[in-house]
Design a protein around this ligand. Sequence first.
Ligand code: ZN
Length: 425
Amino acid sequence: MPDTVTADLLKFIEASPSPFHCVAETARQLLEAGFIEIDEAAAPIEVTAGQKAFVRRSGSLFAYCAGSESPASAGFRILGAHTDSPNLRIKPRPDLVRAGYQQWGVETYGGVLLATWMDRDLGLSGRVHVRGADGKPEARLFRCDKPIARIPNLAIHLNRGVNNTGLILDKQEHLPPMVGLEGVENFSEWLSKEMGGAEILSWDLGLMDLQPPAVGGIDESFIFAPRLDNQASCYVSLAALLAAKPATCTQVIAFFDHEEIGSRSHSGAMGAFLKDSLARIERNHVSSEPGGMERAIPNSKLVSLDMAHGIHPNYIDKHEPNHAPALNGGPVIKEHVEQRYATDGESTAWFRDLCRAQNVPCQDFVIKTNLACGSTIGPISAGELGIKTIDIGNAMLSMHSIREQGGAHDTAYLLKVLVHALEGN
Ligand code: ZN
């Protein structure tokens, strides 16, 4: 049996087929725990000790539990993660008819591991703008859990070299899924029917795998699920905020859309969302002081969570021998001396002590010196805010596949450490 943390993680992922659903599920759990939702456009409310609130901005969310002291004196403890995952998105004019089949044109979102999308039962999810009762555009969540689409592989008899040369897919030609026979309704008509006859104005929709998340392995050591990168980090950050005892510092979770495409957007980590939200808390705090934000910054810490590359037993040579994290080996500190990760010696010492205090093992990841390193929201947020930041995450395999693999025990480990961090340690 998986522990309850892992079971809850899998439920969270199942509820979050798109960044918008991830934010909605997070909001649902926050509301259930007594957080209030603030409209960013409304007049500011006074921030008092212990106040719990959140704001949403499209596929991003910011939530806080205000500390017993002002941000200027006790700082912020921030957990950051991203809500988006690579997938295939429906084009604005998606309808195609080829060889008697109805197809939908798709764009690739982020670094999709394309071959994994072939021969899957695909559903559709995201956000749709429809004509509301007042005549204005209204955003609605949409998910279709029926196997409405499929991208069939070419038979090996027609692609004899595929096992030696690898599967090469042309993004324009080879990715449109088949959704029916020629003559079936067009995309907008179908969507309108699925949404009870609503007038469809626009959409932000992506295809999704319909296979539910699962615990796997003969010893139940693994989890198999879509979007572990990075909804596993969203889940554990949310769970930590809900579990942490109120502290002198102000506890924050910040979830961002658009990390997989570079974070530059109105709601992304490169935008002003986090900076403005933190400044708003400081400014509206009952004990706000002139120049308070300048004191809050050096008193704060940010943990940027994104998944890490676990060692793959079939490709051991791809890993740096001394920095090859294992699944179920505990949280991974990600370091890159040229600051592709925001980690440095100071933040590493702090995080290792957090793990030690909770009896949780921790691991280190460094990319092989002859390979290019990935990055995440850590260096972006650190650069925007000037807050001391560390990049960490749990180890996983199959990153950016339609279905990824993680360790069944790592989420519970990380949760203990994050709760300890939020409580001001
Ligand atoms: Zn990621």
